[in-house]
Design a protein around this ligand. Structure first.
Ligand code: SDX
Length: 390
């Protein structure tokens, strides 16, 4: 299947996926979206401009960008039945479970989304999903908080609107500090795509059956939910809290070396040097902490990183901080509970999933996913009658 990674179980993934969306060089720590280095995009672009780049393959002109922002702003609301559906979840439902279910539910509100051969229709669904993901993500948070859902305020920018739907507590407009809006927008950029990661592969695999994009992205959300993938940022905070103080770090490191647990936020399937996003996120920490005050867990994280980077166990296994090691510290400084961290990852990753889904639907050679298997079971056995077995 040209559009999918082919796995040799028990060995390394043997990718055979062609894509022009994202380039990674794991040895050199390079990440580029449509050829543009992540460092330049994080520094100078906006999340919606990067979303346009990923989906359309080029940076937008002024007119194209204004139309793009208008169209996305226009689609931030969701049908009231979706709101009722989300209000039906238990009070303690995990936001990622709610997000996965709600995005999947959207496929029943837009049955035309299954007509994936129509280019205009594909773009309408893409715009709808980028627009509605923050609304669904914010409502998953409000449900967990036991607070009423806040409707989009389309006078605000995309990321400021998301923060408003999360934290608004009165009738007056919620205006988040611009530095926080910028930092969260940058975090969304850093998470926007990442080649053939587990969740992108899930989207491609499900999408190769020619199902609608909502169902394919719901599968990606399910993959991202896992602690080895998107759930790692939540696990990092729990790990730092459990370590508790710098003096406890050596004992924790010994536990990792003994195989008791992993150093969450370290290691990567591709980056065998540093994850370029981790460097940028570390800088964003300073910007956020200038506003919110320093997260007390930062000191433990920095000491843990320092010790690990000098320890042969990690260096010999080429384990370095990945995108998740510091992102949780920022999210916690925003007052997000850990179970919301992966929802933030999902909102950021949505344009990447959709860019790869779109690429898949445009690939005329694309066939349905059918990864190779290496059979390791028995062969040619004769059935033993039950009276001889029981
Ligand atoms: C993301 O694919 C993507 O692009 C994902 C992502 C994206 O943007 O989509 O980048 C986002 O998922 C980042 C990764 C977040 N996950 C974590 O931080 C969880 C902790 N990390 C690990 O679970 C692990 O590093 C993985 C899952 C990320 C990678 O697993 P691999 O490919 O098995 O790691 P490896 O082959 O490089 O491991 C080599 C050795 C092994 O030990 P030995 O068998 O040689 O003795 O290193 C060990 C591993 O057990 N190891 C770790 C470790 N990660 C690998 N040991 C301790 N702590 C770790 N974190």
């Amino acid at each position: 299947s040209p559009g999918l990674a082919i796995y040799d179980p028990g060995f390394v993934n043997t990718a055979s996926c062609r894509s022009a969306v994202t380039f990674i060089d794991g040895e050199k720590g390079i990440l580029e979206y449509r050829g543009y280095p992540i460092e330049q995009l994080a520094e100078s672009s906006t999340f919606l401009e990067v979303a346009y780049l990923l989906i359309n393959g080029a940076l937008p002109s002024k007119a194209e960008y204004e139309q793009w922002v208008h169209d996305i702003t226009y689609h931030t609301f969701v049908h009231e039945n979706v709101k009722s559906f989300m209000e039906g979840f238990r009070y303690d439902a995990h936001p990622m479970g709610m997000l996965m279910a709600s995005v999947g539910a959207l496929s029943t509100f837009y049955p035309e989304a299954g007509v994936i051969g129509d280019a205009d229709n594909r773009m309408i669904q893409i715009i709808r999903m980028i627009a509605k993901m923050p609304t669904l993500g914010a409502w998953s948070f409000r449900n967990a908080q036991g607070k009423p859902f806040v409707y989009p305020d389309n006078e605000l920018s995309y990321t400021a609107n998301f923060l408003s739907m999360l934290f608004k507590m009165s009738e007056s407009r919620y205006e988040a500090d611009e530095r926080l809006v910028k930092a969260l927008d940058t975090l969304f950029i850093l998470h926007a795509d990442h080649e053939q990661n587990c969740s992108a592969n899930a989207v491609r695999s499900v999408g190769s059956s020619q199902v609608d994009p909502y169902s394919a992205v719901a599968a990606g959300i399910g993959a991202l939910y896992g602690p080895l993938h998107g759930g790692a940022n939540e696990a990092v905070l729990r790990m730092l809290r459990r370590i508790g103080s710098k003096s406890e770090i050596p004992a924790f490191i010994e536990g990792v070396k003994n195989g008791n647990e992993k150093l969450m936020g370290f290691g990567h399937r591709v980056y065998k040097n540093y994850d370029p996003r981790a460097k940028i996120i570390k800088k964003a920490c300073d910007d956020v902490f200038d506003v919110t005050g320093v997260n007390p867990l930062l000191e433990i994280a920095q000491e843990l990183e320092k010790i690990a980077l000098e320890d042969d166990y990690f260096v010999s296994r080429k384990l370095y901080p990945n995108v998740d090691f510091y992102s949780g510290l920022i999210y916690e400084a925003f007052q997000f509970p850990p179970e919301m961290f992966t929802v933030l990852f999902a909102i950021g990753r949505t344009p990447g999933w959709l860019a790869q889904w779109l690429e898949l639907t445009q690939d005329k050679e694309q066939k349905i996913a059918r990864p190779k298997q290496i059979y390791t079971g028995d062969r040619g056995l004769d059935f033993t009658p039950r009276d001889q077995r029981w």
